[in-house]
Design a protein around this ligand. Structure first.
Ligand code: ZN
Length: 132
């Protein structure tokens, strides 16, 4: 399992980093430098736990160019344990068993391989996990 070994060694590099508002404590993702709750400047980095639950989801059967070999796949709106909603692909799960409220945790996976340059594009996905 070449891939699995790779993730174990490099997993720490791909954390879910957002921001925390120093004024009201709101956790912000994606980073936008302004608190959505109180409109104050918020540039304090905050590392999310990566745990959350499925808020809503849809399964993609017809993938955009470059993602064809991954279809069908499920894209979910995940509510993080700290509050923000993020959109991400689900992995390690059957499309038919995804449910609203299902606990999930972030993992880092290859999103796309760039054929011409041989580049790997990484990003975060979510897989079923323990309750946050
Ligand atoms: Zn705030």
């Amino acid at each position: 399992m070449e891939v699995a070994r790779f993730w174990r060694t490099n997993g720490q590099r791909y954390q879910l980093i957002g921001e925390e508002c120093p004024n009201c404590g709101t956790k912000i993702f994606p980073p936008r430098d302004v608190c959505p709750e109180c409109d104050k400047q918020a540039k304090m980095p905050f590392t999310f736990s990566g745990k959350g639950e499925v808020y809503s989801f849809s399964t993609i059967f017809s993938a955009p160019e470059g993602f064809e070999k991954y279809a069908p796949y499920t894209v979910a709106l995940v509510r993080l344990a700290e509050g923000p909603l993020v959109t991400a692909q689900l992995t390690d799960v059957d499309a038919g068993s995804v449910q609203v409220g299902m606990p999930v945790e972030m993992v880092t996976r290859v999103l796309r391989e760039d054929g011409e340059r041989g580049m790997m594009v990484y990003g975060y996905k979510f897989r079923p996990g323990r309750s946050a």
